[in-house]
Design a protein around this ligand. Structure first.
Ligand SMILES: *Cc1c(COP(=O)(O)O)cnc(C)c1O
Length: 476
């Protein structure tokens, strides 16, 4: 309601009440004003009432909600179902204009504002999480793998001669496929063992750049967040190499925003060398549904080139989800989530160490991995391989999700490339193991339950290995 309507209301409700209501309304509007002025994540989270008021204001700015609109175009923001309209807060026009997702849409001032604001808040959060010198970013309504593909395709226009992408091995299919789908030949660089950890073989990366010739290399594609015992890549050293040979550097930071260590690596890489873009998942870092990613970089023009490569318009849903989430949590709320995660990671480390010890196993020493842990599975008897596979199935049945058992000697062919020792980031890791991660949103209760169930499963398996009940009935 505007002041005119408030004044009219005084005819029906006592003026003092209406004035107080007017002041209350200004409280909400003040928050919206600060958001528009600063383009930053508010320190304190907003109430649902403020968020919904704001979303409604945005929606009535779009032509599909104009009272007098008559649409005679082929895309007029019409929806048949009221549920669909509500699910999107009547923001139906999506993002961008044909040809550029970042462009403002004349039919949809509200959706366009939403897009710009979300990108501005995302940039603020990336800075807050540790990449202080990030210059520009945008939300893409595609998950991480496809967003990496978009980055590679953008680089192709700059380096038409390049065929190869140099990639320190990470056993995750989407990031490998991201390179194949973009039409490049991945050059897989095996990791170097260092104690229990697997770390970037920087010299091997340099040898590959020299062997192939810098101009035929599209980029180095490195990774921060990954399953232990692999460590985040040696980003600073890779960034220095990339600067030395004038080769672009794209970083897969899939779930790295939640870790100050991963973000620090990117910041330092960009400071001492070359990082062209880094890509992070929305769902893995911000507790929203799967479907979006943030592409960020240190050169505004290059980031604009990437958004300009996206053909056509795009869904606004991932941006809307991120905006609502950041407004609801506030910067303080997000920081608290990150601090809690760190604490639970320490708890998970301690609990897994104890559990491993009790079963004659070891928590692998992976000090550089800030999110994922690995417990050896060495002592499961002669038929160790079968037992490891069975442990995976048992954990699944017992609703322990996300725990990942990694056997030895698994082979996997993706797009013509065969990975030996697939899942373990290595052709010959010395032991099978189990992964668990402390990702944003995890609670102490998750840890307690997981460790309890894991303990039971390991006891059962050991009994079997020692010739106890060799064929226990499946757990219900
Ligand atoms: C999650 C993840 C990806 C991308 O997966 P999407 O399903 O495309 O989001 C890529 N690399 C790593 C290391 C990941 O953890």
């Amino acid at each position: 309601m505007n002041s005119e309507n408030f004044a009219l209301s005084e005819k029906m409700v006592p003026a003092t009440y209406v004035r107080r209501a007017g002041q209350a309304r200004r409280g909400h509007e003040l928050l919206i004003r600060q958001l528009l002025e600063q383009g930053k994540c508010p320190a304190k989270g907003w109430s649902e009432a403020t968020v919904e008021l704001f979303l409604n204001e945005l929606a009535v700015m779009d032509s599909n909600n104009f009272l007098g609109n008559c649409g005679v175009g082929e895309r007029e923001g019409r929806v048949a179902s009221a549920i669909v309209a509500r699910r999107h807060y009547r923001l139906i026009h999506g993002l961008g204009r044909s040809g550029d997702v970042a462009a403002v849409q004349p039919k949809a001032a509200g959706s366009s504002l939403l897009n710009k604001l979300t990108n501005s808040l995302a940039l603020d959060v990336l800075k807050m999480a540790g990449v202080r010198s990030v210059e520009s970013c945008f939300v893409v309504p595609m998950a991480t793998g496809m967003s990496l593909t978009l980055c590679f395709l953008t680089l192709r226009q700059r380096r038409p001669e390049a065929r190869y992408i140099i990639w320190p091995r990470v056993d995750q299919k989407s990031c490998f496929k991201a390179m194949l789908t973009a039409g490049f030949v991945p050059v897989v660089v095996e990791n170097a063992p260092e104690g229990d950890e697997l770390r970037t073989d920087v010299e091997a990366v340099e040898r590959q750049i020299r062997r192939l010739g810098a101009e035929s290399v599209l980029c180095v594609h490195s990774t921060t967040s990954c399953f232990a015992p692999r460590a985040p890549d040696r980003l600073e050293e890779l960034a220095v190499l990339c600067a030395k040979y004038d080769v672009p550097h794209i970083v897969n930071n899939a779930y790295g925003v939640q870790s100050s260590k991963c973000m620090h690596l990117i910041q330092e890489g960009a400071r001492v060398g070359r990082v062209d873009a880094f890509v992070q998942s929305l769902d893995k870092n911000f507790l929203v549904p799967v479907g979006g990613a943030i592409v960020a970089g240190f050169d505004r023009a290059f980031v604009e080139e990437i958004s300009g490569t996206y053909p056509g318009r795009a869904s606004a849903s991932p941006s809307l989800d991120l905006l609502v989430t950041l407004l609801t949590l506030g910067a303080d709320g997000y920081r608290k989530l990150l601090a809690d995660r760190k604490e639970v990671f320490a708890l998970l480390t301690e609990e897994l160490k104890k559990l491993a010890c009790a079963h004659g196993e070891r928590l692998l020493h992976t000090p550089h991995n800030p999110i994922s842990l690995a417990v050896s599975l060495d002592g499961l008897g002669a038929r160790r391989g079968d037992a490891v596979t069975r442990l995976g199935a048992m954990l699944f049945t017992r609703q322990v999700s996300g725990a990942r058992v990694v056997p030895l000697d698994k082979e996997q062919t993706i797009g013509g490339h065969t990975f030996r020792g697939f899942m373990s980031h290595s052709e010959s890791y010395p032991c099978p193991y189990l992964n668990a991660a402390a990702a944003v949103g995890i609670t102490g209760e998750d840890v307690a339950l997981c460790v309890k169930r894991l303990d039971k499963c390991l006891k059962t398996l050991r009994k079997e290995a020692n010739g106890g009940q060799s064929c226990s009935p499946p757990l219900s």
